[in-house]
Each structure stands twice: as C-alpha cells, then as structure tokens.
Design a protein around this ligand. Structure first.
Ligand SMILES: Cc1cc2nc3c(=O)[nH]c(=O)nc-3n(C[C@H](O)[C@H](O)[C@H](O)COP(=O)(O)O)c2cc1C
Length: 372
C-alpha cells in the first residue's frame, strides 16, 4: 500500500457492539436498520424453512457462500485442510451450502494448482466429503433432510493457473483492452475456439453427472468473478456462436444446463452470478484505486458504458432466462477480485494491486491470491 494513502473508514471488525455499528450508520447517514439483540431461534425470521420446487426444503434461510482454501492436492483431491473447512460449513447452522467451494471441471481450468477437480479419479473423495458434511451436520443438528448441499463447478478462463501460483495459463474469449495487458497477454493472445468451448461444456456435464452420483443436491454453474462463465456474459466483441448477441453470450449456460438435464436428470442446478461489473481499477496517485480511463466500456455486464455505473437491464434478462430454465437457486455477487475486488469483499484497502492481494494460505505461507 502507498505510504500516502490512509483508509478513511473503519474495519467492520472494529465496530465491536451494536451501538458502535448504530453510531457509525447514523454518522454516515446510512439507512440500515437492525435489531440490537437476536430473537430466539423459534421466533427468528432466519429460522423459516424455504420450500424448493424440486420438493426439497432448505431448513432455514442461512446460506454458506462457496469458499475455497487453495489446499487440495496437485491432482485435485481434498486434504485435511479442505475437510476441516467443509466440516465447518456443515456445523455452521446454515441449511444451504451454495456450492461449498469452487471445483474445476478439468485440470487446465484450475484457478490455482491446489484447486479441487471433479473427475473419475477424484470422485471417491467427493463422496467422502459430502458424507463428512452429513455426519458432522447430524452430530450437531440431529437431521439432514432439510440440508441442501451444492457443488460449485468452475472453469477459471482468463484466470487459470493450473500448474504454478505465479504463471497464468489463460483461456480467454476475447481480447480485453485492459485485462490482456494487466495479466501478461499480448492483444493477439489466442482465443478459445467454439470447438474448445463445446469441449469445456462436455467437461461441465461430466462433472455434474459425477456430482449427482456423489449425492450432491445441485451444481452451481459459476458465472461470476471474471471466470469463464462470467466472461461469456461480456463477450460482446466475440464472433461466432458464443459471442456478440445476448443469445450467443448465454449459449454456454444454456448448453451446460441442457447437457446436465439430459445426462443427470433430477440434479438441481444453481448459478452464482456477478450481477454487475465495472471497469478494472488500478492504483491512483494517492494510492487509492481508480478506474482505468475509457470513454466507452462495453465489457461490464450489468454496467453502463461509463464503466463505473450500474445498468441491470441485461442482468434482469439473464435472471428471466435462468428462471425459464427452471433454475431456482441463484446466488448474487458482483465484479471480480482480480480487477475490482472492492465491489465484492468488505475491503479495508483500496484496489491498487497489479495482480492480487497477498494473503495467507491455509498452510501459513503467503501467495498472490484472488480467492473466489
Ligand atoms: C478465502 C475466500 C475464498 C473464496 N472462495 C470462493 C469460491 O470458491 N467460490 C466463489 O464463488 N466465491 C468465493 N469467494 C467469494 C465469497 O464467496 C464472497 O463472494 C465474498 O466473500 C464477498 O461476498 P459478496 O460476494 O456477497 O460481496 C471466496 C472468498 C474468500 C475470502
């Protein structure tokens, strides 16, 4: 961080009491009313069950967002660190585990060498992971018939780092005016072909079939945080079947869903969506992040051409499409940790890094990490 820049807002963790938070909200004219004490669980609105069209019921309205720890083995299997995290998801009290963590559909699509992968070799590990969740949940809550467990399936697209934490092996859909150079790609870096995309879709379907066999209730077809699914939504300059029009940019989602419906009937499908996006940010003169300069920026899905304002017209179109595809589970997030992390995570520090913030891994070392 620049010596000059001092954050002008407190960390959430510094607001220790309800009164601290209340004072902060009042001082900053933020209308966010809240109860100062929690209601007993029998009266809590969080404790209401949510019936799904599939016939399943989510036992309450608490959800664990997917969260990876970059702690799998190099061949995509969980370690004790992974198992420990999943156990914590299980005993959290939430009855919806929205994907547990990002699991790549193929090795070349991993966001880091230690990301989990779902394939025939790793399948038994996922059977065990899910059983561990069921056992831990039962131990604390006595039953699992109201626990809904998803598996987030991902391909990291532009942000693939399958072999080394340092080296991108990007798979991109279009040449991006800022992101190509920011992540070390020349403007003419090769694009995934439509045939490559068809093959990735097959991998998604294969992974979903295995997820169903392993007992997961649904798979999350990840469309957020700048990864491949999300990049399709902004591929306005791409030619061919998967770019340009809204219809073409959503073909990837529609083809994956059709493939899963055919090969894994009955498996639930969800989508984690970056519902809005903005220009990439960079370090400004004071050390605080500023957006890249662009008169017209067409690559922010859910954003105006200014690149810094929202326009949710296409987002709503996508949500209507998702509904028409029979997808009931939608998890909304925004932006990407690789180029505008302040849109999604409670950020104390401004987005000023060239790649990603250095953060401790489960093993204690630091690495350039953009967990999503
Ligand atoms: C350590 C860490 C790991 C994460 N792993 C994932 C992941 O595997 N999949 C995912 O979709 N998001 C992941 N995220 C993003 C979070 O689920 C969540 O989106 C983020 O904390 C901000 O919340 P928001 O999206 O509601 O703004 C991760 C975040 C952190 C801090």
């Amino acid at each position: 961080m620049s010596e000059k820049y001092k954050p002008q807002f407190p960390r959430m963790a510094q607001l220790k009491t309800a009164a601290d938070l209340g004072n902060y909200l009042t001082k900053n004219d933020i209308g966010l009313p809240f109860d100062e004490t929690l209601l007993p669980s029998s009266e809590s609105p969080f404790n209401r069950p949510i019936p799904l069209k599939s016939g399943q019921t989510i036992g309450n309205s608490l959800c664990i967002l997917p969260m990876e720890g970059w702690d799998g083995t190099l061949d995509g299997r969980p370690t004790d660190f992974t198992r420990n995290r999943w156990k914590k998801f299980a005993i959290s009290g939430a009855k919806l585990l929205f994907g547990c963590e990002a699991v790549a559909v193929c090795h070349s699509g991993k966001a880091n060498p230690n990301q989990l992968v779902m394939n025939a070799n790793t399948f038994p590990d996922f059977v065990e992971l899910r059983q561990l969740v069921l056992d831990a949940h039962t131990e604390v809550f006595g039953k699992t018939d109201d626990l809904v467990i998803g598996l987030q399936l991902t391909h990291s697209g532009r942000f693939c780092k399958p072999k080394s934490h340092k080296a991108f092996e990007s798979k991109i859909l279009y040449s991006h005016p800022f992101l190509n150079s920011k992540f070390g790609m020349p403007a003419d870096y090769p694009l995934l072909t439509d045939t490559d995309i068809d093959q990735i879709i097959e991998k998604y379907v294969e992974a979903a079939v295995l997820a169903q066999k392993a007992g997961f209730d649904f798979v999350d077809v990840k469309h957020c945080h700048g990864y491949l699914g999300h990049e399709f939504l902004s591929a306005v300059s791409r030619d061919g079947r998967y770019g340009g029009s809204f219809e073409n940019r959503t073909r990837y989602l529609r083809n994956i869903v059709a493939g899963i419906r055919e090969a894994a009937p009955g498996l639930g499908i969800g989508i984690r969506l970056s519902a809005f996006d903005m220009l990439p940010f960079k370090k400004g003169p004071t050390g605080a992040g500023i957006p890249e300069a662009a008169d017209q920026y067409p690559f922010a899905f859910g954003g105006k051409p200014s690149g810094t304002e929202l326009d949710l017209t296409e987002t709503k179109e996508l949500l209507a499409l998702v509904e028409s595809l029979g997808i009931q589970l939608v998890c909304i997030t925004g932006g990407s940790p690789y180029y505008n992390p302040h849109l999604m995570r409670p950020a104390l520090f401004p987005p000023q890094m060239v790649t990603c913030p250095r953060r401790p891994t489960a093993r204690g070392e630091t690495a350039n990490r953009c967990d999503t």
